[in-house]
Design a protein around this ligand. Sequence first.
Ligand code: C2E
Ligand code: MG
Ligand code: MG
Ligand code: MG
Length: 292
Amino acid sequence: RVKNETKGAAVFFDSSMESEALARMATEQSLRLAILDKRFCCAFQPKVDIRSLEIKGIEALVRLRNDDGVIQAPGTFINLAVELGLIDELTHLVLAEIMKSIDLIDETFGAAATISINVAAKQAGNPEFMRAFARAIEETGCPTRFMVEVTEDAFVAKTHFQDDILPMFRALGVGISIDDFGVGYSSLSALADITADEIKIDRSFITDIHKRPRSQGILRAIESLSEALGMAVIAEGVETFEELAYLQAATKIRYAQGYYFSEPIFLEELQPQTRTSSDVRGASSARPAADA
Ligand code: C2E
Ligand code: MG
Ligand code: MG
Ligand code: MG
């Protein structure tokens, strides 16, 4: 009987799965709408030289602005955007958004600051997208200011990334960054085959680094290998003075990023005339509510 079969099926689709599916549909819907309406914005987080405390560059971190004004962190929608095939369009929007704000970026961070854009591993493995993206960066007229951040997975995947795509970006003068290094699938020895300008050590190694001898050992290994290979090293996720002090005193790591220096910030909220809150710190913080 039909009724029984329906009932049987319902056993495997309980109410928590139902609400999960509904939540996913809602996110998918709002993501599609947000792209149509270009309801995205970028927060920028500086990369700091830990000796001179000068800003070396900035990283653009995308956020979604809901209808109700709530800001959504990329952790809640990037994977979905990749799954739905919307990520390429999103990345082009990020570049457009950067170029729209380029004067303000220069005013805020200096015209010499490099500008980093994140690219998902799947995008990096798609030559068509990467060619179009390289062209778009070339058309900005300032390709040498840009860096592309890709996780190490992109380098180990069997794609033409390393052989065909990277040389194209290098020819334009676009820098290549290995993001979240140490938590992906590649080994330390795989670094030897990677042609990149910069390696970003994942936050998980930096947290409490001053108290963790094993992480300190890993840091030393990454450091000497990158030195031998001519890659700059950035420590991600520096949150405390103790972590920074360790990096300064015990390593030759030159750059860092993290809440200790600055959270990702919205440029327009640095403009005094657009400040709506008396709490300037809160108003200019683009740290997302949800963790990524
Ligand atoms: P990511 O590229 O590794 O960026 C660093 C993330 O760590 C950011 O989270 C940043 O806000 C956060 N962070 C920075 N400093 C600290 C710190 O001191 N402590 C802690 N706990 N967190 C810190 P966010 O903005 O939520 O971005 C998450 C990820 O989403 C990024 O990781 C990146 O992989 C991805 N993403 C962001 N924007 C884009 C984009 O335009 N395209 C693509 N494909 N991915 C993006
Ligand atoms: Mg990144
Ligand atoms: Mg990272
Ligand atoms: Mg990350």
